[in-house]
Write a protein that binds this ligand. Structure first.
Ligand code: PLP
Length: 353
């Protein structure tokens, strides 16, 4: 059944990783003449002349506490996007291996596969945006290394059913990645609680959404210590810059602030959905466990173009299979949402006059 050593690309098992100056000497005091840094300081008022901790231990200790995992079960990436790429490079042999994705879903799984010359098999979600576990299991072949599951899913907004996810985790002897970028907005518990049961599980989360720190670029990956060991082996040595490490470390001191923001957002999401419902151009608003709404309209592209001309930018998903006519609207502030609604009301009047 599951055997990590058979899944990891053989040359990575045996390769010698880069050994940084900070790998070879771990002390924090002394005269540091080992890394060819600038001993005189930085050209900026703040000092950035020293390389940051390559394993971000202060940050991981804090994240481990909050997420109830061991610090050795965490990999941090320059955004989740870097973690997605590292997972491909750890497990998938270019030109040979396959992965399964379930469209409509997040675009990076496919882009990153293309960059790495990995073949994608698409098993579409069903009309209710839930997965078809039988179809997924049938699509697995000898070359299938990874199954990507996004829950809550982007752009549909819904959580995938837990029993479906567990069925995949139990039946597939390869790697199952659950992308939980939107988990903080959902009533559902993270699958990090299942890590001890499934050695093939990788959970990814991000600071870009609920924490409001997209610009700092920090993604989290959670898995067994063995998988994390190998991801560390292949990552760029200093992939998380020092400014990001220190800013996120102080942000983590105030998790309650994040929770308050999430609650305000959920409140606004309710109001926005109610207001959208009243518009004749809205055909359906799909249930959302995320910070956005997927909205079916009579003419997605026209509405999108109109809103852009009015200075409001949303995401046009109207050409995406299963999302025909749909627009993806990120929940804004009360004022932003009110402006959006009044512009849509104006549009309705024009169109239906
Ligand atoms: C926004 C988003 C991410 C976050 O990516 P970062 O690189 O961490 O900003 C990851 N997965 C999904 C599905 C997303 O929608």
């Amino acid at each position: 059944m599951f055997n990590l050593n058979n899944l990891i690309r053989p040359h990575i098992l045996t390769m010698e990783p880069y050994s940084s100056a900070r790998d070879e000497y771990k002390g924090t005091t002394g005269i540091f003449l080992d890394a060819n840094e600038n001993s005189f300081g930085s050209i900026t008022p703040e000092k950035f002349n020293r390389y940051p901790d390559p394993y971000q231990w202060d940050l991981k200790r804090k994240i481990a506490q909050i997420k109830s995992v061991k610090k050795e079960q965490i990999i941090l990436g320059n955004g989740s996007d870097e973690i997605i790429d590292l997972i491909y490079r750890l497990f998938c042999k270019p030109g040979n291996d396959h992965v399964i994705i379930m469209p409509p879903t997040y675009g990076m799984y496919e882009v990153s596969a293309s960059v790495n010359d990995v073949q994608i098999k698409k098993v579409s979600l069903k009309n209710d945006f839930q997965m078809d576990p039988e179809a997924v299991l049938t699509a697995i072949d000898q070359q299938t290394k990874i199954i990507w599951i996004c829950s809550p899913n982007n752009p549909t907004g819904n959580l995938l059913k837990l029993d479906h996810i567990l069925e995949i985790l139990t039946s597939f002897p390869g790697i199952v990645v659950i992308d939980e970028a939107y988990i903080d907005f959902s009533p559902f518990k993270s699958l990090t609680s299942q890590l001890h049961k499934f050695p093939n599980l990788i959970v990814i989360q991000t600071f870009s959404k609920a924490w409001g720190l997209a610009s700092l670029r920090l993604g989290m990956g959670f898995a067994s210590e063995e998988i994390i060991f190998y991801l560390n082996k292949i990552k760029p040595p200093y992939n998380i810059n020092g400014l990001t490490q220190s800013k996120i470390l102080s942000a983590l001191e105030d998790e309650s602030h994040k929770n308050r923001m999430v609650n305000s957002l959920l409140e606004q999401k309710k109001h926005l959905a109610k207001a959208l419902e009243k518009l004749s151009l809205v055909l359906e608003i799909y249930p959302s466990d995320a910070n956005f709404l997927l909205v079916k309209t009579a003419d997605g592209k026209k509405i999108y173009d109109y809103l852009v001309s009015e200075g409001i930018i949303i995401r046009d998903r109207s050409k995406v299979k299963l999302c025909e006519g749909c627009l993806r609207i990120t929940v804004g502030t009360e004022k932003e949402n009110a402006t959006l609604i009044s512009k849509l009301q104006e549009y309705s009047h024009k169109v239906f006059l």
